[in-house]
Ligand binder design. Structure first.
Ligand SMILES: [Zn+2]
Length: 402
């Protein structure tokens, strides 16, 4: 279906007076897309000529909204959702091991199907404007491939609405639950990344745990996205081992560390050296922007050239009663925690949920890209982030989702 979206705005530059940036310049655009791909980026005022307006063309009026890239949820758990279940608080536990043991029992008896709970989670995030998901899926010998298969089945019904990556996640410990073979099967069955969790505090064997993680990644040629909550000296040891393995296997650009709480524990001088090495090895850090004083120094990491992305993580599950499924809410929280208040800082912060540079001389949207984008009734990206302006519409492969 050939479509013309006209009357949208794109930011082209910052507006300054002396050293003060007081806004962004925008220009009116029209975009054409067909079969899910952007086929033309036109100057709205002059380039929509008669020959563009063929009879089969669907014309949409963007009503002067701001055109932004696709919003991405980079850390969620499709298999842990309690959405749709009448309220129950989380049970108190002594540690993570007790948490995931109790979670497994709870989810086995839960009064709502896996697919319904997962659909509730996806629908909630779609209603906030997200159309890309990276979800971890628990893999261990007791659950086998059950969660992965159920998740893949649900996703079949969302092909026109979102794209996704599934991380095979040995939540109960790669070594502790003896999950290596089950992880292999998950990767054979279509999981896109290797996950992992705490090689010291869960697996109690840093060397073997990470060696096996990299063995899986290199054998299946997939990236890694690893949950790391280790603190202080343990964090130092884990990061050092990660970097050694990345350099040995040439896994640069293919490793994400989620949470990475321990980075905040290191002294400034050591951070400098470590962050430069993380940047050189193109390691990505993903944060759920926790409020409980464990957040890593994200702006320092960014300044050092480390890519940072955001995910909601827990949204009403056995780990947390909180979470509203809106990544923009997390982004707003990030900006507030790190005191990012200028036009430029707020604009650039959007990269944490789009993985896309926004203001470039030629504009971020290009012919040949998938027609995935977001429309917002805001004057600028900075206003969208700071004022939590609701998303007006989201499009995935040329089809309206929200
Ligand atoms: Zn998680």
């Amino acid at each position: 279906m050939k479509t013309l979206l006209k009357n949208v705005r794109i930011e082209t530059d910052y507006l300054t007076e002396g050293s003060f940036t007081y806004g962004t310049a925008t220009k009116k655009l029209a975009i054409m897309f067909d079969s899910g791909i952007i086929t033309a980026v036109l100057d709205n005022e002059v380039e929509i000529s008669k020959e563009n307006l063929t009879e089969d063309l669907v014309v949409i009026d963007g009503q002067n909204t701001l055109l932004l890239p696709q919003l991405r949820e980079m850390h969620v758990h499709f298999d842990k959702s309690k959405l749709g279940i009448p309220w129950t608080p989380i049970v108190p536990v002594k540690n993570r091991i007790e948490r995931f043991t109790k979670e497994f029992d709870y989810l086995n008896k839960v009064p709502l199907s896996f697919s319904k709970r997962m659909e509730n989670l996806i629908n909630l995030e779609l209603s906030c404007g997200v159309t890309h998901f990276r979800s971890h899926i628990d893999i261990h010998p007791t659950v086998g491939q059950r969660y992965l298969e159920s998740a893949q089945k649900v996703l079949e019904n969302y092909q026109n609405k979102l794209d996704y990556e599934l991380v095979a996640f040995p939540q109960h410990g790669l070594l502790l639950s003896n999950a290596f073979n089950e992880m292999k099967t998950a990767l054979e069955n279509g999981a896109n990344l290797v996950g992992g969790v705490d090689p010291i505090s869960i697996d109690n064997d840093l060397e073997t745990s990470l060696n096996q993680t990299f063995e899986l990644a290199t054998q299946f040629n997939v990236p890694i996205d690893y949950h790391l909550h280790e603190r202080h000296h343990d964090a130092r040891k884990v990061f050092t081992k990660f970097l050694t393995l990345i350099e040995e296997t040439k896994w640069q650009g293919k490793v994400t560390i989620s949470h990475a709480y321990g980075l905040r524990d290191l002294p400034i001088e050591e951070r400098k050296e470590l962050f430069a090495r993380l940047a050189a090895n193109k390691v990505t850090i993903i944060s759920s922007i926790p409020l409980d004083f464990v957040i890593p120094p994200l702006t320092e990491l960014k300044q050092a050239g480390v890519k940072i992305l955001i995910g909601c993580d827990n949204i009403y599950d056995c780990w947390s009663p909180f979470g509203n499924g809106d990544v923009m809410d997390k982004l707003n929280r990030y900006a507030e925690i790190f005191d990012l208040t200028t036009q430029k800082e707020l604009t650039e912060s959007l990269e944490l949920v789009t993985d896309q540079k926004l203001i470039t001389a030629s504009g971020w949207i290009k012919t040949g890209m998938p027609a995935n984008f977001t429309l917002v009734n805001a004057g600028s990206t900075a206003e969208f982030v700071a004022r939590k302006v609701p998303v007006t519409a989201s499009y995935f492969k040329g089809q309206r989702v929200k």
